[in-house]
Design a protein around this ligand. Structure first.
Ligand SMILES: [Zn+2]
Length: 67
C-alpha cells in the first residue's frame, strides 16, 4: 500500500480503540470513554448503569402492604 492509499483509507474510526465491552448493551467502551466498574468486575457505560443495576440486583419497586 502506498502513502496515498494510507491517507485515503485513514478514517477517524481507525483511531477508536475498544478497551472494554459494556455488560448491559454489549457496546464498545473505547479508549478515553468514561465508564462504571463494579466490585464484581462488570463494566458498563455511564448511561447503561441504571438499567444494569436494576437487572443485576433483581430490583423492583414495591408498595409496603401491597404485595
Ligand atoms: Zn452500554
Amino acid at each position: 500500500m502506498n502513502n496515498y492509499d494510507d491517507w485515503k483509507l485513514d478514517t477517524p474510526d481507525n483511531h477508536v480503540k475498544q478497551i472494554y465491552t459494556c455488560e448491559q448493551c454489549v457496546g464498545a467502551i473505547n479508549l478515553g470513554d468514561s465508564f462504571i466498574s463494579t466490585k464484581d468486575h462488570y463494566v458498563v457505560h455511564d448511561d447503561c448503569f441504571d438499567d444494569f443495576a436494576w437487572k443485576h440486583l433483581g430490583a423492583k419497586y414495591k408498595v409496603a402492604g401491597d404485595e
